[in-house]
Design a protein around this ligand. Structure first.
Ligand SMILES: [Zn+2]
Length: 211
């Protein structure tokens, strides 16, 4: 798929934003968790997967009181942080993301001769209580979704999700857990649980990139 020498660029999108905080549970917003998970994934890739370059993408206004979840931006050593414009209109917001992705894809092809993949993080898996769900919406995202999911996660095809359907790079949405499940929420409030999740995703991404 991708030659070993080629660095794969993993674009990590923290789902939701300031204007669209997502699900609420236990006094936390989903946007807080997506930010925390995105940073944990960024760091797991940066520390353990030298052939993959992580790039964190967020929407303007998506700062969230992440200190409550024990996260600070400055912890990332080589932090590439691209902020995209916020919008209150969902389709407009996704179109802005898609435009941004086209630019980023072209940029990394030129500067690194590398391919990009996109992982967007969420925490409101609707079906099933706790498990990891990996969603894809176009054929080019299927191998990535299956690679990241591993044996005990669900892979779900969703052609109604604009971002996944139209993404210029292989793209998946990872529903890391379901905030509405008190048990899962309690678990993911623990930093160690998020780091375990992040390391697992980073490891599977590496397998995907090198096979
Ligand atoms: Zn969500």
């Amino acid at each position: 798929m991708v030659a070993t020498k080629t660095r794969l660029v993993c674009l990590i999108f923290a789902g939701h934003s300031g204007v669209d905080p997502g699900t609420n549970a236990g006094g936390y917003t989903e946007a807080e968790f997506t930010y925390a998970l995105a940073l944990d994934l960024f760091r797991a890739i940066e520390r353990h997967q030298p052939h993959i370059e992580p790039v964190l993408l967020t929407t303007a206004g998506h700062t969230g009181p992440t200190s409550r979840l024990g996260v600070q931006k400055k912890h990332c050593k080589t932090h590439r942080f691209l902020e995209m414009a916020a919008s209150t209109d969902n389709i407009q917001r996704i179109d802005q993301k898609l435009d941004g992705l086209r630019v980023i894809k072209a940029l990394y092809r030129q500067t690194h001769r590398a391919d990009c993949v996109l992982i967007e993080l969420h925490a409101d898996a609707r079906k099933g209580p706790d498990g990891l769900h990996v969603l894809y919406g176009a054929q080019q995202g299927e191998a990535l979704a299956k690679g990241i999911a591993g044996a005990n996660s669900k892979v779900i095809f969703r052609d109604d999700l604009r971002l996944l359907r139209l993404s210029p790079v292989p793209a998946v949405i990872i529903e890391a857990f379901n905030m509405a499940s008190p048990k899962a929420l309690k678990l993911f409030l623990r930093k160690s649980q998020r780091v375990t999740f992040a390391k697992q995703v980073a490891h599977r991404l590496c397998d995907f990139a090198t096979h």
